[in-house]
Design a protein around this ligand. Structure first.
Ligand code: COA
Length: 149
């Protein structure tokens, strides 16, 4: 099967995906960070496991998205879905894997009573702003503030 015919399945994340996500993160960022992913995914799995999605092709994790519905954070009382971490295999980008991951997560957010979904993006990262813009996200009047410690 050629790469263009690769079948990509979107499914719920399982704890056995930690190794695959660690490997994908290393491919994207060049750093092997098993402890980071063990800790991070364990945290998310305890909160809302059904919100977590991976893309799998030929038995390998080729994409993932982590997020959850929260209420009461940042003065937003209504249930709001948050997309917080994601990544798609650089060799398989532009094939709607990110879009499919997001659609699955947004369906779940809606089933949990969320009427909107938010994320925070560094606006210099045009690839991420472009991605969310294509998915119908718009800049929102909620500013992030930072102070160095
Ligand atoms: C952003 C990312 C998830 C996109 O994944 P992808 O599978 O290539 O995206 P898709 O093919 O599903 O694209 C969906 C839409 O986003 C748009 N898009 C995707 N990448 C884009 C880019 N680099 N620039 C502009 N638009 C882009 C596509 O054009 C598409 O729009 P369309 O359907 O209207 O044509 C992927 O590039 C990625 O993992 N980047 C690194 C993420 C990262 O840094 N994570 C760490 C912080 S959370």
């Amino acid at each position: 099967m050629t790469e263009s015919e690769t079948v990509v399945q979107i499914r719920q994340l399982e704890d056995t995906d930690i190794g695959g996500i660690t490997a994908l993160d290393e491919k994207i960022g060049g750093e092997y960070r098993p402890e980071v992913w063990e800790r991070r995914i364990t945290y998310y799995l305890r909160r809302d496991p059904e919100a977590l999605v991976v893309a799998e092709a030929d038995g390998k994790v080729v994409g993932f998205m982590l997020g959850e519905v929260r209420s009461g954070d940042f003065g937003l009382e209504e249930p709001t879905g948050w997309i917080e971490v994601m990544g798609v295999d650089p060799d398989l980008r532009g094939k709607a894997i990110g879009r499919r991951l997001a659609e699955r997560m947004l369906d779940h957010f809606q089933s949990q009573g969320a009427s909107s979904v938010r994320t925070l993006v560094d606006e210099t990262m045009t690839e991420i702003t472009g991605f969310f813009g294509s998915l119908g996200f718009e800049p929102a009047p909620l500013r992030s503030f930072v102070k160095n410690l």
